[in-house]
Structures are given as C-alpha cells and as structure tokens.
Design a protein around this ligand. Sequence first.
Ligand SMILES: C[S@@+](CC[C@H](N)C(=O)[O-])C[C@H]1O[C@@H](n2cnc3c(N)ncnc32)[C@H](O)[C@@H]1O
Length: 237
Amino acid sequence: MKTLGSNFWKKYFQVYDALNELIPYSALLSTIVEMLDIHDGDTVLDAGSGTGNLSILITQAGGKVVAFDSSQEGMALHRCKQPTAILINGDLMNPLPFDNSSFNKICSNNVIYTIPKKYRESLFREFYRILRPGGIIVVSNIRRNFSPTSIYGDHVRSSIRLYGLWRTTCNVVKLLFPIIRIFYYNLRIQSANHFHSYSFIDSGEQHSMLELAGFADISQDYKVYSDQAILNRAIKR
Ligand SMILES: C[S@@+](CC[C@H](N)C(=O)[O-])C[C@H]1O[C@@H](n2cnc3c(N)ncnc32)[C@H](O)[C@@H]1O
C-alpha cells in the first residue's frame, strides 16, 4: 500500500500556512468555529490539528483545545504559533487515548480523507465514545474530484471585491508559488488515492459514518471551501 511518509508531511507543512492568506480557507475555519457554537471553557478535540490554525481560532473563541495529530512537524509549527497549546501526538487509526465523554466538542478539518477507508468507521465510533452527551461534532473534508483552481479563483474574486485590483495583484504574486506547491502536494495525496490508501469524501459519506457511529441530528451535506469540501455537524444525544 502506498502511503505518504513523514518527509512528505514535513515539506507540506513548510508551505501549509500560506493557506491562512487564502480567503476561502479562512472562511472555512470560521464556519467550523461558528458551527461548534463554542462556550467559554468548552473542552474541544481538534482531530488532525496540523499547524494549529483551527485550534487557535477555537481557543480565541473561549474553547480549551486538545490538538491531536500524528505529525511532529505540524505540531512544532503549531507550538511556535501557540506556546500554551495542549498538543498530543498520536494516530487517529488507533483507539484514541481519551476517556469516555471527555469533550464537549470535536472538530476535524481536512483529515478524514487522508485516513484509509477501512479505519474511518472505527474512528467515528471513537469520536462518539469520547464526546459528552449533548456534545457537538463538526467534520469537513475535501470532496472527490475537487478542483484546487476553483478555490484559488474564488480567492482572487473575493480579494478583488474586498481589497481592489492592485492589492490583489500583489497578493496573487506573493501567494502563487506556495499555493502551487500546496496544490501539488494535494495532487500527490490524490494520486496516492489511486492506490486505495487515501480517498476523498463522497456526498453522504460523512453523514452515513456519523449515523453508523450513533450520532443524532446530523446535518445535510453543506458545501464549503468554495464548494470543494463537504461539512456535516451532528450531536451526541
Ligand atoms: C490537510 S492537514 C489539515 C490540518 C488542519 N486540520 C487544518 O485544517 O489546517 C491534515 C492533517 O491530518 C494529519 N493526519 C493525517 N493522518 C493522521 C492520522 N492517522 N492520525 C493523526 N493525524 C493525522 C496530518 O498530519 C495533517 O496535520
């Protein structure tokens, strides 16, 4: 089975945070925080926290975040940006190292598609086990056949609307190479998918996994990230 090793993720994270300048990515993270409905002191698991972009926003909203990821490289960058972050290095394909009902909220953005399909069902069961009754889960993932150029095009159009043509041109020049590299790495992830170790999300897939795991009030598939990702929200009754 072809997988992407730690060297891949190291290079990936070296450019990953350029995404923070991409309007559709910032909008996606804001939508996730909004859907989590964070209250002061909520305990939140960010499953596959990467460089901590989502964890940091949730902390700013008042959540106490546990950032969980398998990449030491991503976590090192997270640590630089948020020295007080609670970081746990681990593998989402294994049983999660948390007690039952540990969290008020769970989120996971653009992670499940990197987890081989055969591990997904048990991961959602684990999410259910560690969420408190009444707790909220929000998961979002890039969909099958997503188009990176749609995300970039959407960014350029939004930037022109918000900041005008001159500032957008400077921004486009500055972002071009990092974004090309990120999209290239995403293509590598997509190509690994042909060997069946990675698989982007189909319509209804997250919904079914949430249902199978026992979650209730599962939302419809929301199209987010310039319509290139699918987001679902659900509750543990
Ligand atoms: C595309 S990044 C998304 C990062 C972050 N959630 C965000 O929104 O910016 C995918 C992340 O999933 C992590 N990841 C992939 N497979 C994992 C696994 N089996 N266990 C834990 N983390 C994993 C990677 O290390 C990476 O940080």
